[in-house]
Unconditional design. Sequence first.
Length: 157
Amino acid sequence: MKKVFTLAALFTGISLATFAQEKIDTKRPIHKDRKPRMEKKFDRRTPEEIALQKTDQLDEKLTLSEGQRAEMYALQLDYAKRTATHREEMKKRQAEWHEDMKNTQKRIGAILTPEQQEQLKERYAQRRTGKYRGQRREFRKQLPIENQIPKVDNSEG
């Protein structure tokens, strides 16, 4: 009987030790807790809807009067319209910049020899994999903030 209890206790201890050594991922996935960016949320709405929503939020927090509410709506509407035009302008500029970058790459390719073109492609591939990024991060780690702040002598004498 003692042998049965001893074996049961031994088996239980070994199984508990095995489960205790399992690494359980305790971190929550980033994408579930992350809130959507405001640009993406407002991108699908008209400036009138955005202005109305912002005015309603301010009215809930500050209990605005009707006159304040009307002025706030006009101000928010103006800002939402300017933001929408700015966003469209930035999209156009980004497309132009992308085309300019492609043209520059073609011109660089025309100047280089085929061997140099291959070397350049390899270098771009290394940059995408992060070969050069690690060096910058380690540089930051080597300089703690205490060493960067100049020491000031506050003693007056």
